[in-house]
Each structure stands twice: as structure tokens, then as C-alpha cells.
Ligand binder design. Structure first.
Ligand code: CA
Length: 300
């Protein structure tokens, strides 16, 4: 099943260079997302339809909710706690301080509230230059997957037994057995292969049936896959090519919010994609998602 882009609404026309990491804050009924390269944290308040941009002096690859108005962020200066009320921040740790070409990219909390985020070589895109980290209590970053090229989407099943992960150039989604008590992963296997013609797998989320919604960079779409069979089940077409990530939000967590980017486009392509970088939504999705897990700063 393919839903065409006339069924997908543009929520906010805004030329994000690299919009990413959407997360629904059910307490304040707002969608948060970042523009990585500009160091912006965007807020979209669904009820008042108001838009706020919080600016920080570092690149922000990903955010997750913490307590109150605080967020945990993965940046080009490591893990940083942000407070949106005051615009303040607190550096926690930077496991790749020595790797000056690297920055953090996508990240998310596991079912126990540990924040996971991975890195990439932003300058040269060198193969295997990054890694996926787990942020443990005491602000200790533990390297969980080495030799990652472009660390992207993460998702966990509702029974907490499986973790999914995208290293974009692999053109696949991998699964790992996940131990929620220890936070350990093992038994890596590829569960979804994505042909290059579909786009490059980027951010992703999981729905209440355990199916994965994967944003396809360069592919003008988000597609839903069954990780048990590797098959594509349906897709949502967008009027922009650089589709970066998605998450469920809204009152019943049945609206799929989709972030996009306007980098990597020629002037001609940009002219043909006036909504590039905007925030989109597909409402009243049959399957819906689960509440975003908040960062558990005190440990698990
Ligand atoms: Ca991404």
C-alpha cells in the first residue's frame, strides 16, 4: 500500500538544513526535533500550533526527553544535558574528543531509560570511523558497536528483548538480542535489506505491531517493514527527497511525524522541492506507536 503525499500534511514549512530526531513529549503535547548542523532544538506545540527554536552553540545529532524541560543530547561535543527553560546546558562526557572529524548522529533511550547514540565521520565519511555508545550511570559512555560508518535509526521491541539498528551505508536494518537488565546486546543479524533504489535507511521508529517505519534518505518516503520477514508492507510518499526520521505523536500516538532536510540538494532540486527541510505528519495511522522513553539519569 502506498499513500501518496497528498495524504501527508506539511505541519510546518521550515527549511531545516538537517531536521532529525523527532520525539513526542506527551506531557507538554509538543513535538521536539533538531536541526543538527545549526544546533537548533525545535518545538512544535500541537494545540497552539506554535513553533519555538532553541539555539545552542554545538551541533546536535539527537535528543531524548529527560525530566521537566530537560533533554539529553548527543552532539559534536559529546553527551550534553540541555535545559530548554533557561537555554542552559551541562556537558556530561565526550568519548570521541580525540576524533575531531567525528560527531554524534542519531540516538534514543532504551526501554530502561539508558540513552544510546552513535557517531560518524562528518568530514570524510570514512568507513567504520564511528561507533554506537550507551550512556551509563555516572556519565560513562560504553562503546557497544565499533566500526560504524553512519550511525542512525534505533528501536526496541515492546517486550524489550530485541534492539534494531541502522548503519546507513549497509543498506539494512540489523537486530540484536537485548538484555534490558544489563543493557547488553548480542547475536547481530540482518533482518531487512533495502535496495539502493529505495533510498538510504536513516532514522526509524517501531509501531504497536512491532513493524519498523524507516525514513529513506534520497527516497522521497518512509516505508514500513516487517522485521520477521524483511518485507516492505507499505510506504508513505513525501514531496521531498531527503527524509530523515519519524516518530509517533499526537493525542493517541497515532500521528506519524516525519522530519526532512534540505542538504545534499542542488539548486535545481531545491527549487523543485520548496518544502525540503519541513516537518510533515501522516495522521490517524492504524497501528500507532508507544510513548517515548525518558532518559533515566540516576541509572537503571
Ligand atoms: Ca539520521
Amino acid at each position: 500500500m502506498t499513500r501518496q503525499y497528498d495524504e501527508i500534511k506539511c505541519v510546518l514549512k521550515h527549511p531545516s538544513k538537517l531536521g532529525e530526531s523527532p520525539v513526542w513529549d506527551e506531557q507538554l503535547k509538543r513535538l521536539l526535533w533538531v536541526d543538527i548542523v545549526q544546533g537548533h532544538v525545535h518545538e512544535w506545540h500541537a494545540e497552539s500550533r506554535s513553533h519555538v527554536i532553541n539555539e545552542f552553540p554545538f551541533k546536535i545529532g539527537a535528543i531524548a526527553l529527560a525530566d521537566d524541560s530537560c533533554l539529553i543530547a548527543a552532539t559534536d561535543s559529546g553527551f550534553i544535558k540541555l535545559d530548554l527553560r533557561f537555554g542552559t546546558y551541562e556537558a556530561l562526557c565526550d568519548p570521541e574528543r580525540h576524533l575531531t572529524n567525528n560527531r554524534f548522529n542519531d540516538g534514543k533511550c532504551d526501554p530502561a531509560g539508558r540513552f544510546w547514540a552513535g557517531t560518524m565521520d562528518e568530514v570524510h565519511g570514512h568507513k567504520g570511523a564511528g561507533a554506537l555508545y550507551r550512556l551509563d550511570p555516572g556519565n560513562i559512555a560504553v562503546e557497544m558497536i565499533p566500526n560504524v560508518t553512519c550511525s542512525n535509526g534505533l528501536a526496541w521491541t515492546s517486550d524489550s528483548k530485541t534492539m534494531y539498528f541502522v548503519d546507513s551505508p549497509e543498506q539494512s536494518v540489523k537486530a540484536f538480542d537485548f538484555d534490558v537488565q544489563s543493557g547488553e546486546i548480542r547475536n547481530s543479524r540482518t533482518v531487512i535489506d533495502i535496495p539502493v533504489a529505495e533510498g538510504i535507511p536513516d532514522g526509524m521508529t517501531i509501531d504497536r505491531e512491532g513493524m519498523l517505519w524507516v525514513a529513506l534518505w534520497g527516497g522521497y518516503k518512509v516505508a514500513r517493514y516487517d522485521p520477521a520477514t524483511g518485507k516492505k508492507l507499505e510506504e508513505l510518499k513525501l514531496p521531498v527527497s531527503q527524509v530523515t526520521s519519524c516518530t509517533f505523536g499526537g493525542e493517541n500516538l497515532e500521528d506519524l511525524y516525519i522530519t526532512t532536510a534540505n542538504t545534499g540538494l542542488t539548486d535545481e532540486e531545491r527549487a523543485l522541492q520548496p518544502l525540503a527541510g519541513s516537518l510533515f505528519v501522516a495522521t490517524k495511522m492504524r497501528h500507532g506507536g508507544r510513548k517515548a522513553v525518558r532518559w533515566n539519569e540516576e541509572g537503571c
